[in-house]
Design a binder for this molecule. Sequence first.
Ligand SMILES: *Cc1c(COP(=O)(O)O)cnc(C)c1O
Length: 484
Amino acid sequence: MSKNIFEHSSPGRKGVALPPRDTDIFLDKIIPQKYHRQKSARLPEVSELEVMRHYIELSHKNHFIEKGLYPLGSCTMKYNPKIHETLVRHTCFANLHPYQPESTMQGALELLYELQKDLAEISGMAAVTLQPAAGAQGEFTGIKIIEAYHKSKGNTHKTKIIIPDSAHGTNPATCHLVGFDVVELKSDAQGRCDIARLRELVDENTAGFMLTNPNTLGLFETHVEEISEIMHSVDALIYMDGANMNALMGIVQPGKIGFDIIHYNVHKTLSTPHGGGGPGAGPVGVVEKLIPFLPVPMVAKNEDCYYLDYAHQETSIGKVHTFYGNFAVLVRAYIYIKMLGAEGLRRVSENAIINANYLMAIIKDYYHIQHLEYCMHEFVADGTWQKKANGVSTLDIAKRLLDKGFHAPTVYFPLIIPEAMMIEPTETESLASLNAFATAMIEIAQEAKENPGLLHDAPLTTPVRRVDDVRAVKHLDPIFKIEE
Ligand SMILES: *Cc1c(COP(=O)(O)O)cnc(C)c1O
């Protein structure tokens, strides 16, 4: 265990020089006597260097992308270029105020305008709103647009949205929140939407269909055009959860293959650090006929300036975020897109796909993989061989990875694969780091055979062993207590 900061303390050491205290004003006039401290606070007495060493040491006990591969992928933490952080902190962005007159923030509006255009281009959609602050809020915006579309036509009987069983949990949650009934579509033997079953489920009451593509098995849903035809035949809309655009940029434009609405996860695909649940952005793109329902304002341009456009306020679903969205996240996305360009974005996706397939080709000999065809940016292996033969679970395997210097992949998701391990290396990993990860996985498969007890006990090298994650979530106690 590391020392805590008090154990580094030594009387008289200092890391700061505070100005003399103005006791009269501060203590006697503002804070009543009875609240005055009787005893000095117990604070660690440490030098600046000791503080730095302490926290740097602690930070290394955690896993982070600059320390090693993170098989959770773009979903959680792909590498985010540092130039974003330098540029977004520039005073010309940091000192802006959203209430400034438009004439004084032409640069910021130009950036948002360009980003709307680029995201429309990448997705093949007619227009994009930048307002939603997360993927889930993008979904909410998109499903509200589906609701508004049907309402505008007087179609109040359209109450159902169909969602495959491989979907991310936010999809059914969103539809429920907006007030739709969710109908589940089973995946077929190939891990894709079962089209025959879909035809049975669709009727006049169907309002829409929500599809993640590539789906959560890392497989491209090949029947989009057919699904789109089925949906449009009953005037239902087809929504694409675009959280996995990491695999499609420059290769497929969802708007061109039949989708009506898409959300991006800017903080995943277009790179913003988002540990601990934020910050994010979930822009939503729509086809021409749905533009009137987009949130207002949009950023527009006339001959001589950029401006905030409220033109379709009457038909809009309204605002979904204060001002214009999560500006600093959008700035990072803009930089990412402009630095890479069209060619670069396509290479991001190609490399994400090649890296995942390379890993899968090695790992398939050691772990069961249900869908053994080429994957997109991720694949789902599982621990069922190890479970059956050696009594080792996916959780054991994941914990053992920590001992070998890697973060664990997403485990037990998607729910349709027992003992699932969803592995997404992302585009930025080199051949050497992919090989190192594959070697660790192979070693673990070996250990499962030879010494399963070791895996039950893992992790052995981390500062804390197996934590009770459920208790940590339900009874979170972040207060640091010192034993007196
Ligand atoms: C991450 C993710 C979401 C939710 O996005 P948030 O930004 O976390 O709200 C939705 N769908 C899929 C497929 C995702 O991976």
